[in-house]
Design a protein around this ligand. Sequence first.
Ligand SMILES: Cc1ncc(COP(=O)(O)O)c(C=O)c1O
Length: 366
Amino acid sequence: MKARKIVDEMDSYVPGKSQDEIAQDFNLKKEDIIKLGSNENPWGPSPKAMDAIKQEINTINRYPESQLGELASEIARYSGVDDSQVIIGGDGADEIIDVLAKTFIDAGDEFIVPLPSYMYYEYLLKQYGASPIYARWDIEKNELDVDSIYNAITDKTKMIFLCSPNNPNGALIDQEVFIDIASKNPNILIVIDEAYFEYSEVTNKDLINEFNNVFIIRTFSKVLGLAGMRIGYGLACSEIIEYMHRIKPVFSITRLSFIAALNTLKDTEYIENSIKKGIESRQYLYDEISKIDGLFVFPSKSNFMLINIKETGFTASELALELMKQGIIVRDCTSFKGLDEYWIRISICTLDEDKKFIEILKEVLG
Ligand SMILES: Cc1ncc(COP(=O)(O)O)c(C=O)c1O
């Protein structure tokens, strides 16, 4: 049986090694492994969410409710938008990107991604027959090369993905840039990925009231501590949201995800603490890494930071392997288009884990 041509030509997405595999391969205890590779919340989920899940557990023989109104209202309150401007996805923000593609992409369309950035946009949109056109981040200046976006626009451009703070370098894009691009290109959807906005304390969500071609992506996987529950959401004018609801999988948000998301948003103390501790950890890591000879670290507005290691004599895959042997997982960025083989990305951890990481990093670098 022959698969669709696009599928036939695609490589599978290869996720990183699991903690179990790493523990086994390097003879480590799973609980001693320090994860700095996936930009998660290291302080665990909200206690209120965990209690609510326990209460809900005896209903999982039933389908989820297809009406997500209560959660949409809570997200609207959290985000300061109207209920009709919210869509919720059950495979995290990744499902939102997928539904966006299914709603707006025709085969032959183009989309623009400045490199380096989150690689999953490309992985998903290609499945619908769209082609990526690459713009660029000016890595030396650590800012978006705005001209490269304008130069990449053609009459086939359907979407422009702009991640702010950008993964993997943690820099923000000025709001004037979004306004300029959105106002000059009313037929192109400007997708602003705010997966990490809480750590930057900056949002562009008000633009959805001014422009009907701006879409904001958000997730429960980062500050909100629910990466394992897979919940994301999008904010846009109600016309876009209504189109997307026509084709979004009806039951993709499980009962447990729903209840966890709802109760996390009500746990203001947990959210505020996660942001505060995250910013403290980021500052500590940035200060300590800046002092290490041979490393160059970018200041970040997110929960991760990008480090150039070229002067250490290691490549990123060599350094990641040496750290992994000591139970530390970092992100080797070699697979990020737009970066060479000398970049790693690390994410925030608890202060004890941060200290242990810095100690081991210094040891490995010698
Ligand atoms: C920039 C960016 N957008 C979206 C996502 C997807 O998040 P989710 O876990 O909600 O699918 C990630 C995940 O790492 C990300 O870094």
